[in-house]
Design a protein around this ligand. Structure first.
Ligand code: HSE
Length: 293
């Protein structure tokens, strides 16, 4: 009977215009330990409501065992989560990645990371959190003929990512429900062009280009009413000239800057313009992705 612990980074998806396509791994982690037993399922380290067989780590663990034609016996799963739940920082993707990698490691690493991405993407429905969670760094991903394809992009080393995490949650399903089924050609062109510029700005460390490019017409205009204080924080962030966006489906907001003074300015100003408590988390990029620890 084997045991393994998988460490998975938080991820911020979309990066503004890269809806369901761009993502970046961050140095904030959830560790999940899988210990094989004779029978039964025991999940600890999380709220009671997440201890059943619908726990995402267990669902993906079972999916990988099935794809390997392996018998599903008992397992004890312990979750040590530092990624905040339902905040737009990839906590669900982290569990899916941990479960998939945990099962694969315990069965002799017979599937490639691409194989694990294929299986988990079929569960999550979009690869933008999964790809950076597996591979680390900044990734863009597409789904082609039903299968995810991910590539990595270079990042300038001096970016500081400030995650502004509020005291309230926003379920992704709710944040996706407000999105329109169709958009205009003009809005599609806007996002394609801005998305390309975001990737280049992040590579070059060009804060002015990032500030201008990190705008979006696919999801943020429809979601901002679900995030209290969004408009006030966006206005403030824009006056600082930083890159600003919703992290994933929200409600966490991101400020991306090379100016080390911005954090202090936000800390001083945010409480005076907001109606909720916002915690500023300075996060570095994780370049390693999910790993055994
Ligand atoms: N791209 C996804 C969204 C990320 O914005 O809905 C959250 O899972």
């Amino acid at each position: 009977m084997g045991s393994v612990t998988i460490r998975v980074p938080a991820t911020t998806a979309n990066m503004g215009p890269g809806f369901d396509a761009f993502g970046c791994a961050l140095q904030l982690y959830t560790d999940v330990t899988f210990e094989e037993t004779e029978c039964g399922l025991e999940i600890t380290g999380c709220d009671e409501e997440f201890t059943g067989p619908d726990n995402l780590a267990y669902v993906s663990y079972c999916a990988v065992l099935s794809s390997l034609s392996e018998e599903i016996r008992g397992v004890k799963i312990h979750i040590d989560a530092h990624i905040p739940i339902c905040r737009g920082l990839g906590s669900s993707a982290a569990l899916l990645v941990a479960g998939a990698m945990g099962a694969n490691v315990l069965r002799g690493n017979r599937l490639s990371t691409q194989g694990l991405l294929n299986i988990t993407n079929a569960m999550e429905g979009h690869p933008d959190n999964l790809a950076p969670a597996f591979f680390g760094g900044l990734t863009a991903a597409m789904v082609d003929s039903g299968l995810p394809v991910a590539v990595s992009f270079p990042l300038h080393p001096e970016w500081e990512i400030l995650a502004l995490v509020p005291d309230f949650t926003l379920p992704t399903v709710k944040a996706r429900a407000v999105l329109p089924e169709q958009i205009s050609r003009a809005d599609a062109i806007y996002n394609i062009a801005h998305g390309a510029m975001v990737l280049k700005a992040l590579e070059l460390g060009d804060e002015k280009l990032l500030h201008n490019a990190m705008r979006d017409k696919l999801h943020q205009p429809y979601r901002k009413s679900l995030v209290a204080d969004y408009e006030a924080i966006e206005s403030l962030a824009r006056t600082y000239g930083v890159g600003f966006c919703l992290s994933g489906a929200g409600p966490t907001l991101l400020c991306i800057t090379r100016n080390k003074a911005i954090r202090e300015k936000l800390e001083a100003k945010l409480p005076t313009i907001t109606t909720h408590d916002w915690t500023i988390m300075p996060l570095h990029i994780d370049f390693e992705g999910a790993r055994v620890v």
